[in-house]
Design a protein around this ligand. Structure first.
Ligand SMILES: *Cc1c(COP(=O)(O)O)cnc(C)c1O
Length: 392
């Protein structure tokens, strides 16, 4: 063989894993076949066969199967982002003229996709409801084809009665899509509560290390096969092999990370609740949470994202509080090892007038924190120093 040929060809024997304890990354775009008949047979089962990585890649599939198993779904598909997964799941459930019923407090870009994009481009309509099962039932129309859920919401943490809502959907042959990013499949197994399509941003707890942007849909084989062949293949937001490999690494520590996020968050929520500079804490894990009974029924655990209201609405003092924190870093997103702080007022006041912001019911002094994996005493000291500086 000439050097040129040698450089282009890999010894196939070399890749027989060699006892590697971590599966290798199949970092390839396509798969080659022995002959006509073999590739012909692969084309006959496009949901399974590895032909091209936008369809199936062994590294990605390995992780999809693992996530499907922990979420008790038949099949999962990984996407290049949470929004890639969410938009594909929604598109699978609607057509021109469809009507969507959605909870009010959902992730902003998911809301914009339905409310500003699908309504304009596809003649789809959307109704927002307060989140009770009755409110979903009342909003029903003959053309309703999707109930969209997120629970808890990630600003004020309202909790939906998932089994009651999915029961209504099933009775009327309506699909349900639920964003379960906050709780993860470990703390809230929503497929066992009647949800058709569970979606996650894996950029949060499933990834957990603030180093990937990724998404997943989990559900029945028939729904996921259709999404794979249509919305995923044609819009193309497929996860890349290296991201899947990082996610596989992350999933190994998901249970132990969640346990520690919960431990730290519980202690911080209790600390904040008794602090005179804090008006209110929004965290489903607290005994004083207004929907406590529903939360205990639905969650097997509570993750690390919460919000609290400073007892002031003076923007300068709110800004001082945020800027002076040393361990909590200022940034969007959440669910990583690193603790973060984010006051929604920053982005809302950019996009909306103070009156519109007021009308959303989100207090100006609301601070969202993602509690990470640092020692909880250090995190409490960081908050305590800044809160005490605020006075009352
Ligand atoms: C971040 C987030 C998403 C979107 O995920 P990306 O990976 O950023 O596309 C969806 N839902 C919730 C609740 C999120 O926090």
């Amino acid at each position: 063989m000439n050097k040129e040929t040698k450089l282009c060809h890999d010894d196939q024997e070399y890749f027989k894993n060699q006892g590697a304890i971590v599966p290798p990354i199949f970092q390839n775009s396509l798969f080659a076949f022995e002959d006509w008949d073999e590739i012909d047979a692969a084309f006959n089962r496009p949901e399974e066969a590895a032909i091209y990585t936008r369809g199936t890649n062994p590294t990605v599939k390995f992780v999809e199967d693992k996530i499907a198993a922990i979420a008790q779904g038949e099949k999962a598909r990984l996407f290049a982002s949470g929004m890639g997964a969410i938009s594909a799941a929604i598109l699978h459930c609607v057509k021109a003229g469809s009507h969507i019923v959605s909870a009010q407090q959902i992730y902003g870009p998911a809301n914009n996709f339905m409310h500003n994009y699908l309504t304009q481009k596809c003649g789809i309509s959307i109704s927002y409801v307060d989140g009770s099962a009755e409110s979903y039932a009342k909003a029903l129309r003959p053309e309703t084809s999707l109930f969209y859920l997120e629970s808890p919401g990630s600003v004020m943490f309202p909790v939906l009665d998932v089994p009651a809502i999915t029961q209504i959907a099933r009775k009327h042959n309506i699909k349900t899509v639920m964003d379960n990013t906050w709780a993860t499949p470990l703390f809230q197994p929503v497929l066992t509560m009647g949800v058709d399509l569970e979606v996650h941003s894996c950029s949060k707890y499933l990834g957990g290390h603030s180093d990937i942007v990724a998404g997943v849909i989990i559900g029945s084989k028939s729904d996921l096969d259709a999404i794979q062949l249509h919305e995923q293949a044609w819009l193309g937001a497929k996860m890349a092999p290296f991201e899947a490999w990082l996610l596989l690494r992350s999933l190994r520590s998901l249970p132990i990370r969640l346990r520690q996020h919960q431990h730290n968050a519980m202690a911080i929520a209790a600390f904040l609740e008794q602090h005179p500079a804090v008006a209110r804490v929004h965290y489903p894990g607290l005994g004083s949470f207004p929907q406590r009974e529903l939360a205990l029924k639905q969650f097997k655990g509570f993750s690390g994202l919460m919000s609290f209201e400073l007892a002031t609405d003076d923007l300068n003092r709110i800004k001082e509080f945020v800027d002076g924190l040393q361990l909590f870093k200022l940034g969007v997103s959440w669910g990583g090892h690193d603790s973060l702080v984010y006051p929604p007022a920053i982005s809302y006041l950019k996009e909306q007038s103070p009156e519109q912001f007021e009308a959303l019911g989100i207090p100006r002094g609301l601070i969202r924190i993602s509690v990470g994996l640092e020692h909880v005493n250090d995190l409490i000291n960081d908050l305590d120093r800044q809160l005490s500086g605020l006075g009352q």
